[in-house]
Design a protein around this ligand. Structure first.
Ligand code: ZN
Length: 203
């Protein structure tokens, strides 16, 4: 399986990091080793001094496909959850400045946490999915899929031009505004429609 991630998919978040609004999806990937299981501890990596959380909606791919049409895209995912795209922001800023790839900042071990997937009901309203994220019990990010620059279906169509999608792949669909630092001792919790689906403690 693979973990595909989308950068800058919410206008407010692109602006908070001083990035331009993209005209096509910004795509990057994380390896399988990046997965951290729900309720497992996260050990603060020694190579960063500025670890950021990014809470995101995550889709589960349920059908193999390539060159998927946007109008058929909803047949290719059947589950949704919330996840954290852990980012070494200091490393990423350095890499960005030098025009280098982001992997060291984004794709390291345990950098992809996601919760239990919720099966999508046939009447699922994909343009109105609420999610939120707490740090130490305080809500620091709130998002709704209606504010995404590129919709779920648009992302599937675009990604599948470059990369075949396979059953079990997951897609992190980008983070809304409110990203920030986490430190040892922080307790992180992510919610989908008010339901807690993911908890991570930083050790
Ligand atoms: Zn992200």
């Amino acid at each position: 399986m693979k973990i595909i991630c989308i950068g800058r998919n919410y206008i407010d978040h692109a602006k908070e990091l001083g990035n331009d609004i993209p005209t096509e999806p910004v795509i990057f990937m994380k390896p399988k080793n990046a997965i951290i299981q729900a309720h497992a501890p996260f050990y603060y990596p020694e190579f960063t001094n500025e670890l950021h959380y990014e809470c995101e909606l995550v889709l589960r791919i349920c059908k193999n496909g390539k060159y998927i049409q946007e109008r058929n895209a909803s047949n290719y995912y059947n589950g949704i959850t919330v996840g954290i795209d852990f980012t070494a922001r200091d490393i990423q800023n350095e890499l960005k400045k030098n025009g280098l790839p982001w992997e060291k900042a984004k794709a390291f071990d345990n950098s992809a946490a996601f919760g239990k997937f919720i099966d999508l009901a046939p009447n699922f309203d994909k343009k109105n999915v609420n999610f939120s994220f707490n740090k130490n019990g305080e809500t620091v990010q709130r998002g709704n899929s209606r504010d995404m620059i590129f919709s779920f279906d648009h992302l599937i169509a675009d990604i599948s031009k470059y990369f075949s999608l396979n059953i079990g792949d997951v897609i992190f669909t980008g983070t809304p505004a409110g990203v920030g630092e986490c430190v040892v001792g922080d307790e992180l919790e992510a919610f989908l429609e008010g339901e807690s689906l993911l908890k991570v403690g930083i050790k």
